[in-house]
Design a binder for this molecule. Structure first.
Ligand code: ZN
Length: 253
């Protein structure tokens, strides 16, 4: 894709690393350019552009300058457009946001557009900052579901993910990470799996299919959030082929 040398894009700050005496390297999530690594020269010097450096999870518009032979772009300006200070109100929200940012980093590729993933992260961070505290775990699981779906790993929940035959709601069902969804007891391949009852399966179907306005009107119930947490605890590391450290502190219902 041919890209302009100077461009402006919506962005979320996923990672900030001090660089040299006064600079920072930031990893930005963007909808149209995927992950962008950029240098902020003199980020810690007082000045109107960066006010002492960019904070993690800052959300707004980034003015970038691509340099043909340089590894990193230059971040000329970052206009913070959303107040997400709510994320620092308590540990629940803070750890939830850290988990969203860490998954975003693992799933975003340099210069590969990721509109759905970006939009889901923005929605999740806003909700984690503003929602009642007991809903934070639900929004964290919601982001995982949207990110898994955007990456092509939406779990199979309506029929057996192994043999494709219909599921019997009265029989014993498992969620199997290697099968990629719900399976009959006898169909489960070796690897991480857990027991799932019919109510939890239906809750997961709702998590993966309900539209955003409906979920805002009627949030996920606690038992669904618990089931989603347990399923994602085994499924996210399976899909990523590594266990994100932020999983241990992800908010729980
Ligand atoms: Zn089966």
């Amino acid at each position: 894709m041919k890209r302009a040398r100077r461009y402006t894009t919506p962005a979320i700050v996923m990672r900030v690393v001090p660089f040299g005496e006064t600079s920072q390297v930031v990893h930005l999530a963007t909808p149209g350019h995927g992950m962008v690594a950029a240098l902020i020269k003199g980020a810690h010097r007082p000045g109107p552009e960066f006010q002492g450096g960019l904070a993690l999870a800052s959300t707004g518009s980034a003015h970038l300058h691509r340099r043909p032979r340089a590894e990193m772009e230059l971040l000329r300006r970052f206009r913070v457009e959303e107040d997400l200070r709510g994320l620092r109100r308590d540990l629940e929200r803070f750890y939830g946001a850290c988990h969203v940012l860490s998954l975003l980093r693992l799933w975003m590729r340099p210069y590969l557009p990721a509109e759905a993933l970006f939009a889901a992260a923005l929605t999740a961070l806003r909700a984690q900052a503003a929602a009642p505290r007991d809903r934070v775990a639900g929004w964290t699981a919601w982001f995982e579901a949207r990110a898994l779906a955007a990456a092509g790993h939406r779990p199979r929940l309506e029929a057996c993910a192994a043999c494709e035959a219909p599921l019997d709601p009265t029989a014993r069902l498992l969620f199997s990470a290697p099968a990629g969804g719900v399976v009959h007891d006898a169909c489960a391949p070796p690897g991480p799996s857990l027991r799932l009852d019919e109510a939890a399966r239906q809750g997961l179907v709702r998590l993966y299919t309900a539209r955003l306005p409906e979920l805002k009107r009627e949030p996920l119930d606690d038992s669904t959030v618990k089931a989603a947490r347990s399923v994602h605890d085994i499924f996210v590391p399976h899909v990523l082929e590594r266990r994100p450290g932020t999983l241990d502190t992800a908010p729980r219902a």
